[in-house]
Each structure stands twice: as structure tokens, then as C-alpha cells.
Design a protein around this ligand. Sequence first.
Ligand code: SF4
Length: 626
Amino acid sequence: MYGNTGKVAYINCTTRVVEEVSLQEDMYKKFIGGSGLAAKLFWDYADFNAAPFSERSVLIFANGPLAGMPLSGTSRMSAVARSPLTGAFAESSCGGYFPPQLKYAGYDGIIITGKCTLPSIIHIAQGSFNIISSEELWGKTIDEAYSTIKERYGGRSRTLIIGPAGENGVAYACILSDAHHAFGRCGLGAIMGSKNIKAIVIEPHQTVIKYFEEQKVKRLIKELTPRIKEYIISQVLHEFGSAGNLEGHMYTGDVPVKNWTSNFNEEMAEKLTGSTLTEKYLTKTGTCAYCIIACKRIVKVDEGPYSIPEGPGPEYETVAALGCLLGSGDLAAVCKAGRLCSEFGLDTISTGATIAWAMEAFERGDLTEKETGGISLQWGDMQTVIDTIIPSIARKEGPLGHLFAQGSKAAAKTIGKDSINYTAQSKGLEAPMHDPRGGGHGHALAYAVSPRGACHVSTAMHFMETGACNYPEIGFEFDLEALTDEKKPETMMLATAIGSIENSACFCQYADRSLTFAEMVGILNAVTGYNYSLQDALDAGWRIYHLKRLINHRFGLKASDDALTDRMLEPARDGEPQGIMINFNGMIQRFYELMNLDHVEGIATIDTLHKYGLEQEAALVWKKGK
Ligand code: SF4
């Protein structure tokens, strides 16, 4: 097998048995790797009756075929499970240095089930897996655990670690790789915590990966590296990080402010944007393995109430979620709040969105000090956010901690009073920091039909709608107007396939923006020898998307779950998009037609599933009489 290793490790934490599972090449050809392979493994190995925190639930990590090759943007992997936040299919992707090491160790993925009796780590060395009891690490922040693990296993070991939030079952706890890169979304950290796994540690391995066309792979790396480096988006990312365009986004109305009640704030635009971060607090840049762009931020705040030592700094989503959304333009406070989330292991988007919803609920009187345990919530009060709210959530302390740790949808259901209407989420996953009302109406469609819930990275819609890429070789050369529904369902159809391929080959969506679709497929073919045509690749992307929808259907989701909240669809109150309505129903109906999705069940028709080679899956889901 080329590119891939052809095997995954199956770990049962209850029995402590680790098995090596060989996978057929056909599975890789159909599902590529990463997100697609993980979804297929989930389909095959998940107990669909198991609750997210059940001992029988599975947590799966999967590399793409490109992991380990020395090309910018290829060092990513996917993780999937059943989400404790949404009850649906959970997935998240993460960069860093862990993916190449897993490939060098001889594995394409890890399937974890069962539950360790005691808090433990999974240790991978010389190609073998061991479960080691590590009670002393339980309760430690991610930074503290990372330091101990590094001392114990050496500076070149790579880690996936959860913090107290994951241990305590916070529904949006994340997993951090090397205390910096995050599997942020959907609560995968809490799944790992429910299995009593504090960390997965991998020591360096030396295996050489075989490529189908060695010379071509070398040539492509040589040709593409300078282009990726010189691309304007790469340069902005390097200089200013992913928040580099926050100011620009604010002026288009793309940045949600104060729980999506506003689409514009001039002061925040200037004070929170990436150039301000670079100027005031950046000490150096960070990167993922082999990536020349180095978009990650390392920051230090020397003075004031929010001083922090040198360490990981916030990217765009964190700045907007813990700044703009909470009504704060204090960048030092945002850096500190982001750092706290990293140490506790909390997803910054869901954390910020849940607090922002609660601040509005408090302002309206829907939430009172009775429910918060005496804590007053005020827009922009970062001192309370940092000193009280974030630690309470992570530790699930007091009434506020318990309420907020469920996420905004569940918390809104708990307090009632129609407060669900002003959450910003789909399927229970809080929306990322791009407001479709200003950023582009296609984002609304993308959020609603994404299998994991409101998500802007499971498809390429965000980049396609904002003109960051064009793919004429597959018919995408629309000159799109952001604030209309025109051609958005058609774009979304292509964006779905492209996003599936990016997340399954595990291309970074920043680093691959200068590549044509044909080049992406060309790299995949040179690495694996699968000889995909462009149509084959698109079909693989759609196959993966449909499979994830089938998974959700088995968890009880239907077409009606492809929805957004009232707040996300009400006309914007200010800024560039003020007063404009999104034709959401028109877009989603057309998308359903284009994708042959059943308007009640929310899954593809039998014929469509057969067309994509999902006959067995279709037979299981489309039972007689449905
Ligand atoms: S662009 Fe940033 S996130 Fe993407 S691979 Fe490079 S360093 Fe990692």
C-alpha cells in the first residue's frame, strides 16, 4: 500500500487488549482517509445504541494518506465519536506534529473503546501500544500534564492531552496536541475523559513512507512549496495569523458581535485584529509539521491584569468568540481567556458562544443570579469571564458551571423562556465566528447541512463564497455575490465534495487554497496510486458526506435538524448587511434536490446511495416501509 500503512490499532480500555486491524485498500479508495476513513470506521465499529459517555462508545483518530510527507498543510488528522454536545456525529480536525508520528509508527488510525479502571495514558513506542495508569496526571491542566509527559518521555515525543474540562465531562471539552493544536469542536475531549484517558503519547519513529510515484511526489513538493509560501493568503496568515483579516471581516458584517445582536463594531475591529496582536503581543510564530506558512501565534502579555507568560496565542475564532461575541475589545483579556481555555481544555467557540448567549439572557432577565449562583453577567466583563466563568465551566462548579457546561442549546432548554431563539447553533453545535448575514448567505446553508452541526470547515463554502478560490476544472467559476442566495446551493454541492476531500486527504484549508482541484487530486494519485479522475474524487467526497448523514440518521436526526435558529436568520440590525433577509428555505430546498436528499428523512435516496457504492449502508438505513 502506498501513502497509507493499511492498518489501525483497536484499543479496548476495559480489557486492555490492543489489536492490529488490517484494512482493505478498497476502503481507502472509497473513503480516502482522515475524516472519510474515520466516518467509515465509525460506521463499522460504533454501537449506535451507546450514549456518548457509555463504556461502549468509540473514539476514532485517523490520518490522511498525505500525513508525513514534507509538504505544507499535510500534517493534519481527524477524530470522530458521538458528540456529548449534539448527540450526533462528532468530528474535529487537528494539525501539529502528531499525525506524521502516527504514520511513521506504522498506523493510519486508532480506535478506542471501553474505559480504563484508573486514569491512564496510551503510550506508543516502537510501533506498539501500551496503556499505563497515570493517576498523578488527572486533574492537571493541559500545560502541567504536557510538561510532566515531556520530562518522562522526552522532548521529541508528541501528545494528545485533555484538561480538567474533558475529565469533568464538559460537553464541549477539546483535545490539545502538544498543548497548542486543537481537536476543538464537538466535545471529543469529554469522550476521551469518559474513557479515563488523560493523554496519548507517541515517541518518535523512523519508518519511511512509500509513495506510488516517488519522483513525482518529490517534484510536486518542490514545485508547490514556493507557490504556497508566496500566496497572498499564506503571507497574511504568516504575518498576522488567522485573525489577520478580522478588521476586514468586521467591515463586511461577517463578525458576530454581542451574541449576534450586531454585525459591526469599529473599536473591536481595530483593537482585536491580527496586526494589533502581532504588534502588541506576538513573540514568535508557530507551525504544524513541514508547514512553511506558520500561521500559529505565540504571544506574551507583560503587564496589567491579564498578563500571561509566553505561550500559545489566539487564532481568529478565539479572538472573535472571546472578544467580539462577549462585547469586549480588550485583546490582552482575550489572550488570557484563550489561554485559560487551552489550559482547561475547552473549545473556545462553544465557550464564547455559550457565555455570550448567557450574557444576553441575563440582560433580558431570562437568566438571573438565582440560576448563576449569584454571578452577575455583563457584556464585556472579562474579569468575571476569566476569574469565575471559564474556571467554573471547566470544573463544572456551582449552578453556573453545571448550566454552561452543557452548551448553549441544552442550557437554553433548561432555562426556557424562548431563550433557544437567541442561541446561535445548529444541531446543538455553536456556530463559528462567521455570520452568514454579512459573510455570505451560503454560509447559512453550509452551517445547516453540515453533519456535525454549524461548521464552516467541513465544506469549502466559506472560501468559495468569499472568492478565495476558483475551480473551473470542475465547473466552479461563479462570480458570487456574498449577500444573495444566487448559485449558493450549486456552489454548496461542489463545496461539500471539496471539503470532504480536504478533510479526508487531510489538506489544511489554509495551505491548499492556492492549489487547483486537479492539483489536489494529482497529489493524492501520486501518493496512493489510486488514479482518481476528477469525477472519481468528487464522487468520493459526496460518498463521505452521504455516509455521515446516514450516521446521523441512525442517531435519530432527520431533515428538520438541518436548521438554524431565529437569531441567525433575523435581518442584521446594523453594519453592511443591515436589514437583508437570507433566503434560507429556498437554498436548502434546492440543495436537497441537487443532492437527492429525502425531504423528511434527510438522507440520500436509495438510488443515490447505490450510485456512490453505499449499498450495504443504504440497506441498513432505508428499511422497508420508510
Ligand atoms: S497554515 Fe497554519 S494550520 Fe495550516 S498547516 Fe500551516 S501552520 Fe498548520
